[in-house]
Write a new protein. Structure first.
Length: 326
């Protein structure tokens, strides 16, 4: 297949691209290489893929309609995997209009090209944040998601809705994937596991918001990629799938695992709860198991070990990489 991966130079996208190339597909990575974190990180992410003759990069912003259209006019795609987005709950509270433009309008720009070019497979990266402060656990795809508590969550729910509209009107098959806290090598430097690892390694205090008892369903990158590739190959109709580990880990236990892997004790500063944060995320993955043969394999203890090993090889020896700075 010829596959377009938006956000293909990012954390999840670069891993997916490598997997698709291994499977023998032709892949175009569409990414704007913005400065949400240092663009050099994305350049490093794609170095392996650049060696493949079946790989191409389009440096394009999904908000620029004419540039997006040019990519679709230049070659035919069998499937679109839309990972590009403004990510993060807390930054979305500070910049809600930007999040709406990128995550809603940008998604519509891509769906419009699918309509124009009659592309029938669209995989959309949603988020566990759409569940809001859901008290029923684990979270199931059939649960109500009408009360998002951050602009980011609201834009992801809006993306799912507009995907359904294009499915209904134009017979585009769509799989919406609700990711649960993905981690592993190349994880964004602003995400908790990466940030905590960097700060603990540098003997810098980490901020723990609330009591430290919040729980997250952490999902290792290789498990997410297995679910993603299955979602590309089994895209028929309109479906929503949770992709998580289906286990929860308390925040302070996570800090303990990172401390153990690094062999360094964390300096902790407790702070008040942050707006938009939820007390727990917990995925019911039975639908994905049944229909996508999704089968997460990496537990948090092993996954943190793998991540810290990568961190020490790629970042530990050269100091921290701070988002937005050289």
């Amino acid at each position: 297949m010829n596959i377009l991966v938006t956000g293909g130079a990012g954390f999840i996208g670069s891993h997916l691209v490598e997997k698709l190339l291994q499977e023998g597909h032709t892949v175009v990575c569409l990414d704007n290489f913005n400065d949400y974190y240092h663009p050099d990180i994305k350049q490093q992410n794609i170095q392996k893929a650049l060696a493949s003759p079946d790989y191409a990069v389009a440096k394009v912003d999904i908000l620029h309609e004419s540039d997006v259209a040019a990519v679709f006019n230049q070659r035919h795609f069998d499937a679109i995997v839309h990972l590009a987005a403004r990510a993060g709950v807390r930054p979305s509270i500070e910049q809600p209009l930007l999040y709406e433009r990128v995550n809603v309008q940008g998604t519509m720009n891509l769906l419009e090209q699918c309509r124009i070019h009659r592309i029938k497979k669209f995989v959309f990266a949603s988020s566990s944040s759409v569940y809001g402060a859901n008290e029923k656990v684990p979270f199931a795809e059939s649960d109500p998601v009408d009360q998002p508590i951050s602009p980011y969550a609201a834009t992801k729910k809006a993306g799912e809705l507009i995907c359904y509209t294009y499915h209904h009107l134009y017979d585009i098959s769509v799989n919406c994937l609700r990711f649960f806290t993905v981690y592993g090598p190349r994880q964004r430097p602003d995400m908790a596991i990466h940030k905590f690892t960097r700060l603990i390694y540098n003997r810098t205090p980490i901020s723990v918001f609330g009591s430290g008892k919040s729980r997250r369903d952490y999902t290792y990158i290789s498990d997410i990629i297995q679910g993603l590739t299955a979602a590309i190959h089994h895209c028929d109709g309109y479906n929503i799938y949770n992709l998580g580990e289906s286990k929860t880990v308390e925040l302070m236990a996570l800090v303990g695992l990172i401390q153990h892997a690094l062999g360094i004790e964390a300096l902790i500063e407790f702070r008040s709860d942050q707006p938009g944060d939820v007390p727990i995320t917990y995925a019911d993955v039975e639908k994905a198991r049944r229909e996508l043969k999704y089968d997460p394999q990496i537990n948090i203890e092993d996954g943190i070990g793998y991540f810290v090993e990568w961190f020490l090889q790629h970042e530990g020896q050269r100091g921290p990489t701070i988002p937005g700075h050289d």
